[in-house]
Design a protein around this ligand. Structure first.
Ligand code: AP5
Length: 212
């Protein structure tokens, strides 16, 4: 089954995707990760995306849609999780067309619900490995040795867009442009709201209980 994991910044989309990849061998398609990778490699895509990502703004639809189209092209039948896409109604409409063209479908759209105050503390405390992308939190999931990744020994840092001034802009972008996508999928059916608070394993079980 293919899945859309939907939720505001910090809702746990990346954390839950990692569990789905590890345990169900699904393929994660995270547009945020794809942009960060392109930015690190300083590709043409990365250079275009950087000004938006660092400022907490959404990357223009045409850039995102083209990038997702290329990834879907190379899937080879593997079940996938869309993490962070679609994020605007035009992206959701474009996705429907891309899937139709490839005879693919989405089995569930999972909305991760987390109160705003918890989102703020999750985002401001998040740290990530620059090498393998493993996600930590200074309080709820600290690295065993501060600044060093438990998984690969890479450097663990704060994302530029996890600074408080940028978090505020990302949440505004979510309210204005991304929240309406929820109604788009509610009308289309097959969407489900999941409580995204509590232990990550408990959240994972709630997702699995939806037939995922
Ligand atoms: P992206 O990387 O997608 O950022 P995001 O949507 O803001 O989501 P996050 O990665 O911040 O949060 P998450 O939900 O994955 O939470 P996580 O699991 O890490 O996008 C970045 C930027 O790229 C955008 O701002 C935009 O510029 C651009 N972009 C990307 N896609 C785009 C698109 N489609 N269109 C246009 N532009 C696009 O968890 C967060 C923290 O909480 C971690 O520290 C984690 O350890 C902790 N945590 C997770 N679960 C729990 C739990 N259950 N309990 C306690 N703590 C938890």
């Amino acid at each position: 089954m293919n899945l859309i994991l939907f939720g505001p910044p910090g809702a746990g989309k990346g954390t839950q995707s990692a569990l789905l990849v590890e345990r169900l061998k699904m393929r994660q398609i995270s547009t945020g990760d794809l942009f960060r990778e392109a930015m690190n490699k300083q590709t043409a895509l990365g250079k275009r995306a950087k000004e938006f990502v660092d400022a907490g703004k959404l990357v223009p639809d045409e850039i995102v849609i083209g990038m997702v189209d290329e990834v879907l092209e190379k899937l080879n039948g593997q079940s996938f999780i869309l993490d962070g896409f679609p994020r605007t109604v035009p992206q959701a409409e474009a996705l429907a067309a891309l899937l139709l063209r490839r005879s693919l479908s989405i089995g569930r759209v999972v909305f991760l619900e987390v109160p705003r105050v918890e989102l703020l503390s999750r985002l401001s405390g998040r740290r990530v490995c620059t090498k393998c992308g493993a996600v930590y939190h200074v309080e709820s999931k600290p690295a065993k040795i501060q600044g060093v990744c438990d998984v690969c020994g890479g450097e663990v840092v704060q994302r530029k867009d996890d600074r408080e001034s940028v978090i505020r802009i990302r949440l505004e972008e979510y309210d204005q442009s991304t929240a309406p996508v929820k109604d788009f999928y509610k009308k289309a059916g097959r969407s489900v709201e999941i409580d995204g608070t509590g232990d990550t394993e408990a959240v994972f079980s709630r997702i699995r209980s939806q037939g995922v």
